[in-house]
Design a protein around this ligand. Structure first.
Ligand code: SF4
Ligand code: SF3
Length: 561
């Protein structure tokens, strides 16, 4: 195996035996194979899409497959074997459709027009080209192909291909969330296919790949906007909410991950059963949605961010439902209390599948909960959340006034991910060291490093404005754009806003690309720069966007203030 897609990759270079995340070598290899197969499906499906022959099943498979390879989502060998065999079936199905419609010709791959180049670069089709190898892949040949990352020898090309791939995984994750609520966008799917193909196109060099990476960022903005629409149309606009972090005396279920549809299902099914529901990790923002607040058995949030699972799941006592990443390989002691659903997987853990109508039955979890002890109290009090763009902008006048009066000197965007390494204490120290006339804007699980500090407020405006999950990063973009408008600024970089972003997995890579595509400059990134960014690619990012790695709290305060 070789994997360097996340921030915690071994020695900052790459995991080669087992993942630091707990991913085993055989699963990592299967993930590489699946990604390769998805590229081959993308090849045929983009042709199908151009001819109106595409179908919803393939789109769903693309999103499921790519999301499953995101860090801490799926550790199950059986799941990846199943995905790969389903992938071949899907690929062959599309190919048959294309043959039947005479879009392609079985005999002569060589007469296949060079449509990849045509579509991506506007160059004229070049007849006489062979079908790309990945389009011809079969279950037998897959075993003999090096599908790994290191198969691309040129370090800079590899770096850009992987940067693009991880951005696409982020798009897939967010598009997946939107699609379970019925919001889909053909353009986003078409881009995903073309960009996946670009990662296989040996004729694309640095000059072609860099714009593709930027386009991935702008498609990321579109995907996040779609997801924002899906969430707020379905569940209402989050409201500023003091979320309870204490516990009650009832048996309970803990729900984590990012999937609001599963959240809704669980609340519906636990009504009147005497079983309480708590959120963990990235599900915390569910506490701020009007549609969920109405359930009286929805108690609040339990514990901290994803990496504290081992300790906190043990103390929770009741069953835990993982709807998406981040799953930490469970301890034996609570293995029988963990349930996965959707694209999450771990061999030996009960998985809840939807029935043919898409309904999910959580009754087994509820029954188990009834026999469990109530959760052990970890802490008490409340934390503030629910400042997605609508509620944040409802106090925009107050914010603008505070800026004009000099009460707020700076906003620091500290969005992104949390992680298990000690060096992330930096973010707690940084938040604590910020002067009192600064306001933190956040989204994602990065907030757990400072959302329980008593940072106070500025004239009623909390010093930590939490827009929600990483899925809600679009809110931060809207808030910045509206502030720029209110101050009459043309350039978003002229706002009194600095960026100190913490990343961990591939969705954060996409959020970063989304910010770059909007022209945001001077981002500080940490706690470590991505291992997959080569020195030359880093130079491009520094030259064009002035990205810098974080340093010490003192130094970064100077730079960012
Ligand atoms: Fe290593 Fe991260 Fe890949 Fe896991 S996801 S194998 S920790 S680089
Ligand atoms: Fe966190 Fe996994 Fe990235 Fe949604 S839960 S932000 S790391």
């Amino acid at each position: 195996m070789f994997c360097y897609q996340c921030e915690e990759t071994l020695n900052g270079t790459g995991c080669t035996k087992n993942g630091v995340c707990g991913k085993k070598g055989d699963v990592a290899d299967l993930q590489d194979d699946l990604m390769y197969l998805l590229k081959s499906i993308a090849f045929y499906n983009s042709k199908a899409r151009a001819n109106g022959l595409n179908d919803a099943r393939t789109d769903k498979f693309m999103l499921d497959g790519m999301f499953a390879t995101v860090t801490n989502t799926n550790f199950s060998k059986t799941d990846f074997e199943r995905l790969i065999s389903e992938g071949f079936e899907i690929k062959d199905g599309i190919k048959q459709k294309l043959l039947a419609a005479k879009v392609i010709d079985e005999k002569s791959g060589s007469s296949f027009p060079r449509w990849i180049k045509e579509k991506l670069l506007g160059a004229s089709p070049n007849a006489g080209q062979e079908l790309p190898l990945m389009a011809k892949v079969t279950p037998e040949s897959l075993a003999n192909i090096n599908t790994g990352i290191l198969a691309t020898e040129n370090e800079d090309i590899r770096s850009l291909r992987e940067l693009l791939t991880y951005g696409l995984k982020g798009i897939a994750a967010y598009a997946h969330h939107a699609s379970v609520l019925g919001y889909r966008d053909d353009d986003i799917m078409a881009f995903m296919e073309n960009a996946l193909l670009a990662t296989m196109d040996d004729e694309m060099g640095v000059d072609e790949l860099v714009p593709m990476v930027m386009e991935c960022g702008s498609k990321g903005v579109a995907t996040l906007a779609l997801l924002d629409k899906a969430n707020t149309t379905t569940y209402g606009n989050p409201e500023p909410t003091a979320v309870n972090i204490g516990v009650r005396e009832n048996p309970a279920i803990l729900i984590s991950g990012h999937d609001l549809r599963d959240m809704e299902r669980l609340l519906e099914q636990t009504q009147g059963t005497g079983v309480d529901v708590y959120t963990h990790g990235e599900m915390l923002p569910a506490n701020s949605y009007p549609a969920f607040k109405k359930y009286d058995n929805f108690v609040g949030n339990y514990g901290g961010s994803w990496w504290k699972q081992k300790e906190e799941f043990e103390k929770f006592n009741g069953p835990i439902l993982m709807t998406t990443n981040c799953l930490v390989p469970p301890k034996e002691s609570y293995l029988n209390r963990i349930y996965t659903t959707s694209i999450v997987g771990f061999d030996g853990v009960t998985h809840i599948n939807p029935d043919e109508n898409g309904a999910k039955d959580f009754s087994a979890i509820i029954e188990q909960a009834k026999a469990c002890k109530p959760p052990e109290q970890l802490e008490e009090g409340t934390i503030m959340g629910g400042f997605a763009h609508v509620s944040a902008l409802s106090v925009a006048d107050k914010i603008i006034e505070a800026v004009k009066a000099g009460q707020i000197k700076k906003f620091i965007v500290m969005a992104g991910c949390d992680g298990r390494h000690k060096e992330r204490d930096y973010y707690t120290d940084f938040a604590e060291a910020l002067p009192e006339d600064t306001v933190i804007l956040t989204a994602g699980c990065a907030k757990y490093r400072y959302n329980k500090l008593d940072l106070g407020d500025i004239g009623g405006i909390p010093r930590v404005i939490d827009a929600g999950q990483c899925n809600d990063s679009y809110s931060l973009v809207v808030i910045a754009q509206k502030l720029a408008e209110a101050f009459g600024l043309e350039d978003i970089n002229d706002l009194p806003v600095s960026y100190n972003i913490a990343w961990y997995e591939q969705k954060a890579v996409l959020v970063l690309l989304a910010l770059l595509s909007l022209g945001v400059k001077n981002i500080t990134l940490g706690p470590k720069l991505p291992a997959f960014v080569s020195p030359n690619v880093l130079n491009v990012l520094v030259e064009q966007f002035n990205i810098r790695p974080n340093a010490t709290v003192e130094e970064d305060l100077k730079v960012l203030l």
